[in-house]
Design a binder for this molecule. Structure first.
Ligand code: NAP
Length: 318
């Protein structure tokens, strides 16, 4: 652990510190041979994740980062050298709120004169697809925040998050389901050749943030595209079957059947459907390669097969 309280070490403020991405940032910085002070922001400093971080040396600050709370955000960012920001669309499903909060956090960082703002963005699918897929709000909103950050004049790096490996383990409509003969099927509305930048987020996302901080290759204005590896859905299913010893096949299903299988309200099911179609047609990162972003990492990332081996599949493949 190299989390320090020494005031000569850079102070990194981590938004979403109790979550997948923010927690991974703390993990990666604590693995570094450079020392960092870390201030983690959460709405609840008493929850077990927050307590564990405090025990590891993270200074926990209780704050709700909403648009009405801009003064509290500025206070939380005070004296920071580096800020890491992630917004959580899935908690409220309101793109206007996500964009307003993201912009507010950029303004707060600018007001206190931050040295480096690291943002967890995503592509604007409506722009990349030239309007064909307008409903993927959790991408489009983050794309709008990225644009605002780039225009703001603050030192800004966009560390885009890849496709969470855990999605195929936990999301209804995206995990294998058992069929009558006791085998399994993973059914999606895209072809098995669809390529995804898969990442074991808690283990590896922060490595790329550490790279953005420590590697001269990734200064302000740059973009880092994260993934443990880029792999087709078909290969993911073959490897899952091989490692777990279960018979699992891939099936391409209709858009309507997929939307029903998600169990989500129509608006959200449409959002998930369009995101998959976009990944198939345009590529998750709009055709950009992740190889350069992996070049200066401090340690290897986990592959999909590493993730499969380190995960208990008994609740999915019963
Ligand atoms: N699933 C995927 O494949 C995928 C891929 C790329 C990007 N993403 C994006 O990842 C984002 C979620 O990131 P995650 O997985 O790290 O989320 P997470 O594990 O659910 O954690 C969310 C974090 O945000 C904090 N937070 C949320 N609202 C807050 C507020 N108003 N004030 C202060 N803190 C707040 C939470 O803190 P407390 O609860 O402790 O207050 C928590 O630490 C989503 O926007 C999603 O679109 C997902």
């Amino acid at each position: 652990m190299t989390i320090t309280q020494d005031s000569s070490a850079p102070l990194v403020v981590v938004v979403g510190v109790t979550g997948n991405q923010g927690g991974s940032v703390v993990k990666a910085l604590s693995e570094s041979d450079k020392s960092y002070r870390i201030r983690g922001l959460t709405r609840d400093t008493t929850k077990p994740t927050a307590r564990a971080l405090a025990a590891a040396g993270v200074q926990l600050v209780a704050v709700a980062l909403t648009s009405e709370n801009a003064a509290a955000a500025r206070e939380a960012f005070k004296a920071a050298d580096i800020v890491f920001v992630v917004t959580n669309y899935w908690e409220h499903l309101d793109v206007n709120r996500e964009v307003a909060e993201g912009k507010m956090l950029i303004d707060a960082a600018k007001a206190v004169g931050i040295g480096l703002f690291i943002w967890s963005g995503l592509e604007s699918i409506i722009n990349v697809s030239h309007g064909k897929y307008p409903n993927v709000h959790h991408f489009n909103g983050k794309g709008e925040i990225t644009e605002y950050g780039r225009q703001s004049g603050i030192p800004f790096v966009n560390v885009q998050s890849g496709w969470y490996a855990v999605n195929f383990w936990k999301l209804d409509g995206m995990k294998p389901t058992r069929v009558e003969d006791g085998t399994y099927v993973l059914a999606l509305p895209v072809g098995p050749q669809t390529l995804l930048p898969v990442i074991d987020t808690p283990n590896d996302y922060g490595l790329f943030v550490r790279e953005a901080i420590e590697s001269p290759e990734f200064g302000p204005g740059s973009e880092v595209l994260t993934s443990g590896e880029d792999i087709t859905i078909g290969d993911m299913i073959s490897q899952l079957a091989e490692i777990t010893g279960k018979k699992i096949v891939y099936a391409r299903i209709s858009d309507g059947d997929f939307m029903t299988a998600t169990g989500l309200p129509h608006r959200i099911a449409l959002e998930v459907l369009e995101s998959l179609k976009y990944h198939e047609e345009c590529g998750y990162y709009a055709g950009k390669t992740t190889a350069d972003s992996r070049r200066h990492l401090a340690r290897p990332t986990r592959t999909w097969s590493d993730f499969v081996r380190s995960t208990d599949w008994s609740s999915v493949l019963v």
